[in-house]
Write a protein that binds this ligand. Structure first.
Ligand SMILES: [Fe+2]
Length: 168
């Protein structure tokens, strides 16, 4: 069961968990499950998502050194959707929701999330030596735009979609 919770500054004894439906509604972040133990490269759901969104630029996220970790943990967005699939270990994806609040999503092998273009996010791992994952982006326009970059069209379009109920 995938867990997502709100990262608040206030001191809480327990995390404020939210459902994946709430995550989607407040950010447009999608969640899927892929069977990574069996020939996942031919998984029909994964193939369909890649073709549908034209995300054929596949990168391995593993053997992370301090520079990689710093890059991943720096808040940014892309112009287009980014997929992240966990193969081994545990990864934490933090995404900024509609209210600019951090929501942390804890992912294990087989978990795939789609982060919409224009949505600020960052990533970290439980243990850098055991984490292995993949990211899927477009062959064009996979650049990361660090915060603040609110004037970019992709960011404005995303905010428009969020506030016009595109994910309701
Ligand atoms: Fe990213």
């Amino acid at each position: 069961m995938v867990r997502a919770w709100i990262l608040t500054d206030e001191k809480r004894l327990t995390p404020k968990y939210i459902t994946l439906e709430e995550v989607y509604k407040n950010s447009g972040v999608e969640y899927y499950q892929i069977d990574v133990k069996n020939d996942y490269e031919n998984d029909q759901l994964l193939k369909n998502l890649i073709d549908e969104r034209d995300n054929h630029h596949i990168g391995k996220v593993e053997n992370l050194d301090d520079n990689d970790l710093l890059e991943h943990v720096t808040e940014h967005f892309h112009e287009h959707d980014e997929f992240r699939l966990v193969l081994e270990g545990c990864g934490y994806f933090d995404i900024r929701d509609k209210y600019d609040i951090w929501v942390r999503i804890e992912l294990f092998p087989g978990d795939l999330i789609v982060i919409p273009g224009g949505c600020y996010h960052r990533f970290t791992v439980d243990d850098k030596d055991s984490y292995k994952g993949l990211r899927f982006l477009k062959d064009y326009g996979y650049q990361a735009y660090k915060r603040p970059n609110d004037e970019l069209g992709a960011r404005k379009d995303y905010m428009r979609r969020l506030y016009n109920g595109a994910y309701d």
